[in-house]
Design a protein around this ligand. Sequence first.
Ligand SMILES: [Zn+2]
Ligand SMILES: [Zn+2]
Length: 240
Amino acid sequence: MIALQRYVAAGADALRDLAWPRRCSGCGYRGTWLCDACLDATPVWTPPWCKRCGVPKEFGCHCHELSPAIYGARALGRHVEWIQRGVHLLKYRDEMARAECFGPLLAVAIADLQRPDLIVPVPLHPNRELERGYNQATLIAGAISRAAGLPVIEPRTVVRSLDTPHQTGLAAHERQKNLVGAFAVTKPEAIAGKHVLVVDDVLTSGATSAEIGRALRRAGAVRVDIVTVSRAINLKPTTR
Ligand SMILES: [Zn+2]
Ligand SMILES: [Zn+2]
């Protein structure tokens, strides 16, 4: 039985590699999701970082961008180079298997946070998920779950009830306004008393994490952290 499962899993891996041949998101090198040279050129963030916002000291503390509903945040790095391109390929180019590359890296990024009880991927509105065919946050959450041994919440426990317009290009306060009441918890008993880790692809203005954080806290979560592959951080000219 186990041999058969391995056989099926190996077949699935082979099919996956056929559909999405691995290539480095930084330079396009074949056979790997990320090559050593690109990782060396843009390394993932490591401590010392701000214990709350997870941003390394060299980029300054960004706690002011986090909602009071969010306890701590972690990310692999800024939304640049192989990280940015990797998110893009996962999100818009159907490279669903690429999430596996981020799982182990994100498991390391969250290692200094208190271990959460469960992982909650930021849900897409059903219309958006139908359009894309998958939710990239769910794929990333699954990869973290396998790498860190953490359970993912049952599907549809947290839902996106509002089909919000595309947020790109909107100011932070406009994003926030659009998202008010966007998330709902259908089974608060699954959240109550729990320490929850929210998973998303990019943390931009913090509006999404604030809104889902509030919904989870209202449902009784004792603590909400967020982990994203990247963080959009604009460097002020003086810090370059
Ligand atoms: Zn590369
Ligand atoms: Zn900070």
